[in-house]
Design a protein around this ligand. Structure first.
Ligand code: SF4
Ligand code: MG
Length: 330
C-alpha cells in the first residue's frame, strides 16, 4: 500500500515557564492508503498532541516542532505556511472530535454548515451543494430531509456525531483523524458510529487515524495499532498480533482495562499509578514506576523501540538483549 501519512522521528516540545515538555518525543508512524490505524494511550500520553500537530493546530509558541517531519502525500506539513496548511486541512485532511458541539456552530442550521463546507472548497452552486449534503447525510445514516433545517442543539449526541462525520467526509478527504469520536456516547450508539466509520473507510477508501484511550474500541476497527506512553511509542503492530500477543507491559495493562461483557466486577481494572508528570520524566524506562515487571536496568537505561517479531515493535527490556553498556556501573 502507498503511504498517505508518514510521521518520522517527530519531536514536538512545549517551552513553558517550568521548563521544556517533550510532548511528542521521537514518534514515527505511517498510515497507508485506505488503512485504519489506531493510536492508543491514556490521556496525557501525547496522542492528541500528535494529531493536532498533523493538523498544524499546535500553537507555536509555546509549542515547536524541533525535529522530524510529517509527510502528507509527499508534502512536509511542518515546513509549509499556515495558508497552505489551512487548504490541506479543509480539503484533504479532516478531523472529528469527542464533542461535536465544539466543531458545529450552534447559531447555524446543519444544512447551512454542510453547504458552506462544500461551497468554500468546491465550485458548486447552492442547490448542488445541498444535494451533496443530503447524499452525505444519507451515507452516515440520516435520511430525514428536515435535518437540514435543524440546529445542532436539536439533535441527540449520536446524531450530532453523525453530522460531524458527514461534515468531515463532505470533501472526500484522504485522511480522517478521529480523536475519541465515540467517548461521550453510550455503548450502543458508540458501536453504531464505529460501524459507520468502518463502512465509510470501505466505501470511500478514506484512511483513518483513530485516537482513543480505549483499546477495546480499536479491537475491531483498526488494521494496525500504535500504543503511546509518555510521548513515545511503546508498541506497534497489526491488531491480530497485538491482541494475540501484546508484548509491552503497558499494552497488557490497557488490555486488562477493557470492559468484558461477562465481567461482574464492580470496578474495572486500571493500571496502577499515573502517567508521569511531563516536567519530571522518570529516568530509564518511562513506564518503570508503574510496571509490575520492573528490573534494575529499567530505572537507569531507556529501552529502544525494537522488533520482537516481524512487523511487531516494542520498547521493553523484557524481550530485548540487555546491552552491556547498560550494566556497566559508572
Ligand atoms: Fe517494565 Fe522494564 Fe519493560 Fe519498562 S523496560 S516496561 S519497566 S519491564
Ligand atoms: Mg486527548
Amino acid at each position: 500500500t502507498q503511504t498517505v501519512l508518514e510521521i518520522a522521528e517527530l519531536q514536538l516540545h512545549f517551552f513553558t515557564d517550568k521548563g521544556v515538555v517533550k510532548a511528542v518525543d521521537g514518534v514515527s508512524l505511517e498510515v497507508g492508503r485506505g488503512e485504519v490505524v489506531g493510536l492508543v494511550g491514556e490521556s496525557g500520553c501525547g496522542k492528541s498532541v500528535t494529531s493536532l500537530a498533523i493538523m498544524g493546530l499546535i500553537p507555536q509558541p509555546p509549542g515547536k516542532v524541533v525535529a522530524g517531519s510529517i509527510q502528507f502525500e509527499g508534502v512536509d506539513l511542518t515546513k509549509i505556511s499556515q495558508k497552505e496548511l489551512r487548504k490541506i486541512r479543509g480539503d484533504q485532511v479532516a478531523m472529528i472530535f469527542q464533542e461535536p458541539m465544539t466543531s458545529l456552530n450552534p447559531l447555524f442550521t446543519i444544512g447551512n454548515q454542510l453547504i458552506e463546507v462544500v461551497r468554500i472548497h468546491r465550485k458548486v452552486n447552492k442547490s448542488e451543494a445541498r444535494k451533496q449534503a443530503l447524499e452525505m447525510l444519507r451515507q452516515v445514516g440520516i435520511s430525514r430531509e428536515g435535518i437540514l433545517d435543524d440546529y445542532p442543539h436539536q439533535l441527540s449526541g449520536g446524531m450530532r456525531q453523525r453530522v460531524m462525520i458527514a461534515m468531515a467526509m463532505m470533501l472526500n478527504p484522504k485522511l480522517l483523524i478521529a480523536d475519541e469520536p465515540t467517548t461521550a456516547l453510550d455503548v450502543t450508539i458508540q458501536a453504531q458510529i464505529l460501524d459507520l466509520m468502518k463502512n465509510l473507510n470501505k466505501e470511500f477508501g478514506t484512511s483513518i487515524l483513530f485516537i482513543t484511550h480505549d483499546l477495546g474500541v480499536v479491537a475491531e476497527m483498526c488494521d494496525r495499532i500504535v500504543v503511546m506512553y509518555a510521548g513515545q511509542i511503546v508498541e506497534q503492530t497489526d491488531r491480530f498480533r497485538l491482541f494475540r500477543n501484546p508484548k509491552h507491559p503497558y499494552t497488557q495493562g490497557l488490555m486488562n482495562s477493557i470492559p468484558k461483557l461477562e465481567d461482574k466486577r464492580e470496578r474495572l481494572y486500571s493500571i496502577p499509578g499515573q502517567v508521569p508528570n511531563p516536567h519530571q520524566m522518570p529516568s530509564g524506562c518511562r513506564f518503570a514506576p508503574r510496571c509490575e515487571y520492573v528490573m534494575d536496568i529499567c530505572r537507569v537505561s531507556s529501552p529502544e523501540l525494537l522488533a520482537v517479531e516481524e512487523g511487531h515493535l516494542s520498547r521493553c527490556f523484557l524481550h530485548q538483549e540487555v546491552k552491556e553498556v547498560a550494566t556497566t556501573s559508572t
